[in-house]
Design a protein around this ligand. Structure first.
Ligand SMILES: *Cc1c(COP(=O)(O)O)cnc(C)c1O
Length: 489
């Protein structure tokens, strides 16, 4: 498919304004040359993007069970409320008394999300989950420093954690201490006790963890960390399994982030905008980023007393927060626990339908997702987790998360989400079973998959190790390589 720049023809630009008939005065901030925008008719422009759309796969195309990503259906009413002129048309520099409605939406969202998570206050500033992690860790750092406790330089992270956890801890200037999971996929309490000490700043954990299990020792875990003087950080990116049922605050966590673009239904996967608000208990409130919406006679922005400062310009991705608020208000107190119950039910339903042939990494009831271990299948047939994932593409299903978590070999991590029907789940189970049979009967076919997608199997290793991200340079070097091959012939 040609790039839109290659389809461009000089003089074919869309022009909806009449030609300018007054002298053009360019302020000195303007660029000297006009940008080289592609020139296409409206018809060609529309076709270009429709073609692109047909070459991708999204939640609206079909089942998308990408583990640890919560690719659920995002209600369209969210978009309607976020597009209301009173929300979409405000300017971030408007005076506070002209945007009391927006501030009320922010404060209401904060209150609901605090109630759902068991926190005392929340900042809406961070733009994504990893950004929230960094913010939360900076709160922990500020807390220890404020107490004059500068020895606390280590953050404990279990080996099953999402990759962003150790990365964020390192970025916040902490040393990362990894602890292995036990046989059961949960935190090894003995190991935790061994690494906790006077240098412990805190622990980062997600529960249910990234193998889809709820750690039954959670109260003991947070107690051990608190007794050592550390704080507990909860990675709440995927809150689906527990939302409205149990609260991280009640499990003993002091600070959390949420991914509004996962659990609270903003479309994601295309690169944003996202939102990763950070909630905290009272002991961290004074350190929250500025500005924070404070209540008084009217709502206004305040700088918390010992604020860590700003982590993003203005107030965060406000319209994503409006979508989350819409979602929470649409579901209400009765609907939210139903989300969790269905997320867990759907995952267990699929797992039960597959576990007689696919080996489950942990053979117990899962939460919102489950992890399969395809090493026995690979051993028997040579067909890998990658082959099965690519085979799903030919059956109209987006592959699950592959080779994660790292503690399971040949892992496929399936998260169906609460928004799928029984029929869709049955069809997905049938697809997985069909691929298992194919692996046994004609393994060669699966090494070739996908055959019906827009592109065949990509060289992922070279793409990661030696990325060529300039289209023209990549084209030039591939035509050079082609010429060389011809010559050799
Ligand atoms: C998605 C995810 C993150 C990171 O969120 P981003 O918005 O992609 O930065 C962190 N932790 C867990 C468990 C996640 O699933």
């Amino acid at each position: 498919m040609e790039l839109i720049f290659e389809k461009s023809r000089e003089g074919r630009a869309l022009s909806i304004l009449p030609a300018c008939d007054v002298e053009i005065v360019m302020p000195k901030e303007c660029r000297a040359e006009a940008p080289k925008l592609p020139q296409l008719s409206e018809n060609d422009l529309s076709r270009h993007y429709t073609q692109l759309m047909k070459r991708t796969f999204g939640v609206n195309d079909g089942f998308y069970p990408l583990g640890s990503c919560t690719m659920k259906y995002n209600p369209k009413i969210n978009e309607l409320t976020a597009a209301l002129p009173g929300f979409a048309g405000v300017h971030p520099l408007q005076e506070e008394d002209t945007v009391q409605g927006c501030l009320t939406a922010m404060k209401t969202a904060e209150k609901y999300l605090c109630e759902i998570t068991g926190m005392d206050a929340m900042t809406m500033q961070p733009a994504a989950g990893a950004h929230g992690e960094l913010t939360g860790l900076l709160l922990i750092k500020a807390y220890h420093e404020d107490r004059g406790d500068a020895r606390r330089t280590k953050i404990i992270v279990p080996d099953s954690a999402h990759g962003t956890n150790p990365a964020s801890a390192a970025m916040a200037g902490f040393e990362v201490v990894n602890i292995p999971s036990g046989e059961d996929g949960c935190v090894d309490l003995q190991k935790l006790r061994e690494v906790c000490g006077q240098d412990t700043a805190g622990l980062m954990l997600t529960n249910p963890n990234t193998v889809g299990l709820f750690d039954k020792n959670i109260l003991e875990i947070t107690r051990i960390v608190h007794e050592a003087g550390g704080l507990c950080y909860y990675d709440g990116a995927n809150l689906n399994a527990v939302v409205g049922i149990v609260r991280p605050g009640d499990m003993g966590f002091d600070v959390i982030h949420l991914n509004l673009h996962k659990t609270f239904s903003t479309p994601h996967g295309g690169g944003g905008p996202g939102s990763g608000p950070v909630g905290c208990k009272q002991l961290l409130v004074d350190f929250l980023p500025a500005p924070y919406v404070a209540e008084g006679e009217t709502l206004r922005f305040e700088q918390p007393e010992k604020s860590i400062g700003k982590v993003k310009e203005f107030y965060g991705n406000f319209l994503v927060m409006v979508k989350a608020l819409t979602y929470v208000m649409m579901l209400g107190r009765e609907g939210i626990p139903e989300v969790a119950k269905h997320a867990v039910l759907n995952a267990n339903y699929m797992m039960e339908g597959l576990k007689d042939i696919y080996k489950m990494a942990y053979d117990e009831r899962c939460m919102h997702e489950f992890v399969m271990d395809l090493s026995p299948l690979k051993h028997k047939t040579g067909v890998s987790a990658m082959d099965v994932a690519k085979g799903l593409l030919d059956l109209g299903i987006h592959p699950p998360t592959m080779y994660f978590p790292l503690i399971v070999h040949e892992a496929l991590m399936v998260e169906p989400t609460e928004t799928e029907s029984k029929e869709t789940l049955d069809a997905a189970v049938a697809a997985f079973r069909k691929l298992y049979d194919m692996a046994c009967e004609e393994p060669g076919t699966l090494h070739e998959a996908p055959v019906s997608a827009a592109v065949r199997r990509l060289d992922e290793l070279s793409a990661a190790r030696n990325p060529r991200i300039n289209y023209y340079a990549a084209q030039a070097s591939s035509s050079k390589a082609k010429a060389k091959k011809e010559e050799a012939r």
